[in-house]
Write a protein that binds this ligand. Structure first.
Ligand SMILES: Cc1cc2nc3c(=O)[nH]c(=O)nc-3n(C[C@H](O)[C@H](O)[C@H](O)COP(=O)(O)O)c2cc1C
Length: 138
């Protein structure tokens, strides 16, 4: 068993009406592939962490990358891990509203910063994903 974690950010290139179908795809497929993680959306940007068997994570990400509902897909991190951090049973999803961002002002600007800056501040990405996740291992 070889566990892997991939974090990426991207840009929604259509309107927000597609969000429910993206979420239901992720839940259905990730349950089948035993992937878990968290997908955040706010102000036109996605931030997602995917954890699971290396081959399953990379297989699913190969589809995600080609999905025409988003573009500017930037991998922020990919690495082998000893155990999962995001222990929710499948892919969590949160469309961050104003109140969610106000609850964590330290993350409010992160999703609107340039992708290269997001990559340089990976710790913020993981802290943000954890802050809004239903279940994490500290
Ligand atoms: C931002 C974003 C995140 C996504 N996350 C996942 C995911 O975690 N798992 C997944 O299977 N599909 C995810 N998708 C959907 C895939 O890109 C693709 O539509 C889906 O895997 C196709 O599934 P189907 O062949 O069963 O219709 C995501 C799409 C977007 C735009």
């Amino acid at each position: 068993m070889s566990l892997f974690q991939l974090v990426y950010a991207s840009h929604l290139c259509t309107d927000e009406s597609v969000l429910p179908s993206i979420h239901s795809h992720a839940v259905r497929n990730d349950t089948a592939h035993v992937l878990s993680g968290m997908l955040l959306y706010a102000n036109g940007r996605f931030l997602q962490v995917i954890e699971g068997e290396r081959k399953d994570v990379l297989h699913t990400f190969s589809y995600i990358k080609q999905d025409e509902r988003h573009d500017q897909v930037h991998v922020l991190s990919e690495k082998d891990i000893a155990e999962k951090t995001f222990t929710h049973w499948n892919m969590g999803f949160k469309h961050l509203q104003k109140d969610d961002l106000l609850a964590h002002p330290e993350f409010a600007a992160y999703l609107t910063s340039p992708f290269e800056q997001m990559k340089a501040n990976l710790g913020t990405a993981l802290a943000m994903l954890k802050a809004y996740s239903p279940a994490v291992k500290s």
